[in-house]
Design a binder for this molecule. Structure first.
Ligand SMILES: C[S@@+](CC[C@H](N)C(=O)[O-])C[C@H]1O[C@@H](n2cnc3c(N)ncnc32)[C@H](O)[C@@H]1O
Length: 276
């Protein structure tokens, strides 16, 4: 028989800043309890079934698999989302896009498009904050579309719609007040692709040509045909791509073009507005 505290001490995950947190999340999930339960009851005996499940989770984590994929869930904004290896694990950085959208647009009715929705993170965060908005979320990967739709249904967000679309292909004739996207933006030879959690995420969610800008170029080029006059385009990109993305926006005729920094001081999103 083992108690919570000694199982956590023995977890032996590879040394990393999140090793203790990872072990706690995995043990809490194996027990079907919260992390605060572990802290409140460190002397509780762990039933053998839960101990076995924890051992299996640890083995997967030692193999490098992200905790979010092991548990099948990840928090984003104020939502708990189901996640799966067909698409990206939503990142806290992407909440910058959600903040910018909530700041820039009024809460009155608006049509909003999330391109490359993955788990539905951005679209569902916006739909949950702005009940008057009609949010369309698209992805090319069918498993991602199904995943975002499951998240939408579980969260009862009836002001969001999830569609299969290759960028704008299913949206002919539609216009939006806001187009928002966290598209793939990593260069195909970027060494980070073979490191850490990213190794387990699909190339379809990460890689965009030789310089990482292929999808951003395409979205900036096509977005004006799907925006209302005065509509916003808001894009996440890599820490070293802000200059290039601002140039793309300016060349395509956007105004009020600027970038915003994350907590680390890196310019991670750029936005622009179609002239009125
Ligand atoms: C970086 S992930 C972002 C996922 C999600 N928006 C988030 O922030 O967590 C990029 C997403 O774009 C989707 N995608 C890639 N190419 C696409 C295309 N041509 N049309 C639509 N979606 C695409 C991928 O399947 C993936 O889900």
């Amino acid at each position: 028989m083992t108690i919570i505290a000694s199982l956590l001490r023995a977890a032996d995950l590879p040394d990393s800043p999140s090793a203790r947190l990872d072990a706690e999340l995995l043990l809490a999930a194996a027990l079907g309890k919260s992390r605060s339960f572990l802290h409140t009851w460190p002397e509780r005996i762990v039933p053998s079934e839960a101990a076995l499940k924890f051992a299996e989770y640890l083995q997967r984590r030692r193999g490098g698999e992200p905790v979010a994929y092991i548990l099948g869930q990840q928090g984003f904004w104020k939502l708990d989302l189901e996640v799966a290896p067909h698409t990206l694990i939503p990142r806290p950085d992407t909440e910058l896009l959600v903040e910018a959208a909530l700041e820039r647009l009024p809460a009155t009715p608006a049509k909003v498009l999330d391109l490359g929705t993955g788990s539905g993170a951005i679209a569902l965060a916006l739909a949950s904050e702005r009940p008057a908005w009609k949010v369309t979320a698209v992805d090319r990967v069918l498993e991602a579309v199904a995943l975002a739709e499951r998240n939408r249904q579980r969260l009862h967000l009836n002001n969001a719609t999830v569609l299969s679309s290759h960028w704008f292909s299913a949206l002919e004739g539609q216009r939006f007040q806001l187009i928002i996207s966290n598209p793939p933006y990593i260069a195909s030879a970027d060494p980070h692709l073979v490191e850490g959690d990213v190794r387990f995420e699909p190339a379809s969610a990460l890689v965009a040509g030789v310089d990482g800008l292929d999808d951003l170029r395409l979205i900036v080029a096509q977005a004006p045909d799907y925006l209302e006059t005065g509509g916003w385009l808001m894009l996440e990109h890599g820490y070293d791509q802000a200059h290039a993305v601002r140039d793309l926006l300016l060349i395509r005729g956007f105004e009020d073009v600027h970038s915003r920094t994350d907590l680390g001081g890196h310019e991670r999103i750029s936005l622009g507005r179609l002239p009125c």
